[in-house]
Unconditional design. Structure first.
Length: 116
């Protein structure tokens, strides 16, 4: 979760300050990653500082940052409910992952094209 929030803040800062990007694809990816960070921020803010997760019992090591979905949970759709690999991820996390992947892939393509 820390990676997701940090990435969202980084891309949001780049977007808000107008930092130059190399291509239009990177610009779109930055917006998608920023949107993911905003979605995570909304979920955590509306749920008293904890990310809602759709499991019955949160492991001890995540108790300080996650809470199980219950009747008091606000916007559970923004919480961690998407099963990827061995864990649960939120729609905001998925947006950040997609944005970061596009930025990295775009940079690799730019490097490869410039070497030809």
């Amino acid at each position: 979760m820390v990676f997701a929030l940090a990435s969202g803040l980084f891309f949001g800062y780049r977007f808000m300050t107008g930092a130059p990007t190399t291509r239009w694809m990177t610009s779109i990816a930055v917006v998608v990653a920023f949107l993911g960070g905003v979605l995570n921020l909304v979920a955590v803010t509306l749920n008293r500082g904890k990310m809602p997760v759709s499991i019955n019992k949160v492991p001890q090591r995540y108790k300080h940052s996650h809470a199980p979905v219950d009747r008091k949970t606000r916007v559970p759709i923004l919480g961690d409910w998407i099963r990827i690999g061995g864990g649960y991820h939120s729609p905001g996390d998925v947006c950040i992952y997609i944005g970061v992947t596009i930025v990295v892939a775009d940079q690799f393509v730019r490097i490869a094209v410039n070497r030809l």
